[in-house]
Design a protein around this ligand. Structure first.
Ligand code: MN
Length: 264
């Protein structure tokens, strides 16, 4: 037995012997059964056209990916390389097609913003993925909302602190079922809009993205090893704005089913 493998086995065995609970199988351990005193629900997104589910591993979001939105956030889009942040996996709120789901107004904020975005789902991982191969890693797409506690995001930004509290909270990632590439293809252009109570608030074209989905995946894979289950929010166009309780948001991208969400 290789010594590294032996060390892994010993570590697993000592955890169990010490009364520690192994939530996951230790690498190389064939005998230790994973066990836990409580259960944690995994996060899935339904896949359209059947009963299959997409398991979510990580949620990546690109910032300021449309020039006009970048300007409204106070940045200069011409000088900025892409940057990314993450939401926790269980921020996902699944929105079935044809339904309006209740979306809880989150705590602490007085300026709760919508951001309509194209979402790409990865089913093939990798590092340093070249741009011209990047779309081979995409399983499918859907319409998503990158919900944002704008006041908290801005306050943290002003203090040069992480803006996590503004972006990475419970239910902050409502999205529709995944539409497989085999059915809907890839998205480089087409209308993207968001209505609140029937009024158009955001309206743009996917071709206005500064960094395409392929470029985003390629850039992301330089910083992180991508893996099946990762999803990528590809940025929002201009005219983000607030919603309050009882507002109904409807999101649209040409070629994908609309999603509908009511703030409660
Ligand atoms: Mn966003």
């Amino acid at each position: 037995m290789k010594s590294s493998k032996r060390r892994q086995l010993l570590r697993g065995a000592s955890m169990l012997a010490a009364g520690g609970v192994a939530a996951y199988a230790m690498p190389g351990s064939a005998t230790a059964q994973p066990r836990s005193p409580f259960s944690v629900s995994p996060t899935f997104i339904p896949i359209a056209g059947g009963s299959d589910l997409f398991p979510v591993r990580r949620i990546y979001c690109i910032g300021r990916n449309y020039a006009a939105h970048s300007r409204e956030m106070g940045s200069d889009p011409t000088r900025e390389p892409p940057f990314f942040f993450q939401k926790p996996t269980d921020a996902v709120q699944n929105v079935p097609i044809g339904a309006t789901v209740d979306h809880p107004y989150p705590p602490l904020t007085k300026n709760y913003h919508y951001e309509i975005e194209l979402v790409a789902a990865i089913n093939k991982g990798g590092r340093n993925i070249p741009m011209d191969r990047a779309l081979e890693h995409v399983f499918g797409y859907t319409v998503g909302l990158d919900m944002t506690r704008r006041d908290l995001q801005r306050a943290m930004g002003d203090e040069k602190k992480p803006w996590e509290i503004g972006k990475s909270f419970d239910h902050s990632a409502p999205l529709g079922p995944l539409q497989p590439v085999a059915a809907v293809g890839h998205f480089t252009k087409g209308a993207i809009w968001l209505k609140v109570n029937g009024q158009v608030k955001q309206s743009a074209d996917l071709s206005q993205m500064i960094w395409s989905v392929a470029e985003q995946i390629s850039k992301l894979s330089e910083a992180f090893e991508l893996a099946p289950g990762d999803i990528v929010y590809s940025g929002t166009p201009e005219n983000v704005g607030p919603v309050v309780k009882d507002d109904v948001m409807e999101g649209h991208i040409d070629g994908l089913p609309n999603i509908s969400v009511k703030v409660v």
